[in-house]
Write a protein that binds this ligand. Sequence first.
Ligand code: BGC
Length: 371
Amino acid sequence: MGKKSKAFGLLSAAVLTFGLAGCGSDGGSGDGSGLDVGIVLPTKDEPRWVQDETRFQDALSDSDYTTEILFSQGSSAKEKENVETLISKGMDVLIIAPHDGTAAGSAVEAARDEGITVISYDRLITDTEAVDYYVTFDSVAVGEAQGQYLIDQAEGSGIPLYLYAGAASDNNAFLFFEGAWKVLQPKIADGTFVIANSGEAEALKDKAELSRDELGSILGQVTTNWDPSEAKNKAETHLTSAGADMKGDVSILAPNDGTARSIADVFASDGAITDYTITGQDAEKASIQYIIDGKQSMTVFKDVRTLVEDAMGMAVDVLDGNTPETTATYDNNSIEVDAKQTDVIVVDQENVQQELIDSGYYEASEFEGLE
Ligand code: BGC
């Protein structure tokens, strides 16, 4: 509770600062010649990113800054085109969540060449010097929270553990898995869990810390590519080949809500699965309903309002000629990027009302069966 009110205190301070900064500047405080802030998001196909669009629109509704939001629809070529469109409109600051963190390098280099400040949003753009700032949630903590949840729910030993991960083109997928592995590995080593679906993870089960390449080899085997249908197909294949000893009560590390729901549906429809605990991430509305209904065990709530305020706060600082405040640095395999990092909150049936409804993030009327 203490933590929560602090987080929301900070949030309202951020809103206030942003509101004041936006006030009184006619047409924004950029160079006045075009677009102040261009925003590029990866895809409209996942509710996570539509949520970001909505939160940007809410935050910008009475701002004087000129902004435009474009979606890349899961294509690096479209993303590059979007950035070029925004450059041609005279943008001063680019806020971008890349589809593919490495491929986005050429798009942000084009922006940098025009003197545009680049803010990497949620996903880090890697292998380029053309990133000025990074606003993000604590992604290693997301994975740790998922792993810890499975541990806290585990009863007995020898519990089959099914591992799934995000897309290898997304740096976050590595951070999430790294965090989860950090807490789960000792519990695999002591026999609490038995890996059910990854020979690569099984081969590395005695290693507490994995290199990027080792993480990559596991991801290569259990990736969902952030795609719910790919997740579903993988889960079906895994359950088809699993022996009776890998059924019963099981634990599932699912990287986000979209993939968690489709994996959960597959496990729920297997008669030899007696019970399952499954993780998630993003607090998507459909997953909140799944949690209320007991079909998904938890989600990691990342308050997108905070991320939006941080990104816009940074953009406004840049437009006003001030240096944005940062709290961490991230190595993007080329430079250390100054970053602002936000905490995450675990949500399950116990606290869903308090964290998501009472906090004003969602309306109770959007769900069925809330007490
Ligand atoms: C984001 C997650 C999201 C995933 C799939 C990650 O980079 O941090 O919130 O679920 O991408 O879009």
